[in-house]
Design a protein around this ligand. Sequence first.
Ligand SMILES: [Zn+2]
Ligand SMILES: [Zn+2]
Ligand SMILES: [Zn+2]
Length: 89
Amino acid sequence: MADDSCAHISAIHDVKHAKKRECVECVKIGASWVHLRTCQTCGLTHCCDSSPNRHASKHARASSHPVVASAEPGERWLYCFPDDAFAEY
Ligand SMILES: [Zn+2]
Ligand SMILES: [Zn+2]
Ligand SMILES: [Zn+2]
């Protein structure tokens, strides 16, 4: 991991990937999303902050799960919400 990433990102050694390419909250309410992020604490996949419901950041705040990975094909990066830290892997 990059040296300038936060302690949360540095602690991640195996990146969790999306089991399904859908937001687990949006599918319940029939909403749509823009991009997907996978929580690195519990492995659930949620929608990004460009999506109408921003479930990834809501989940990070509500459950104190700090780090997500992009679930978009070809993207290999991690983001920590509390530290606003970003790292490619
Ligand atoms: Zn962090
Ligand atoms: Zn969503
Ligand atoms: Zn989580």
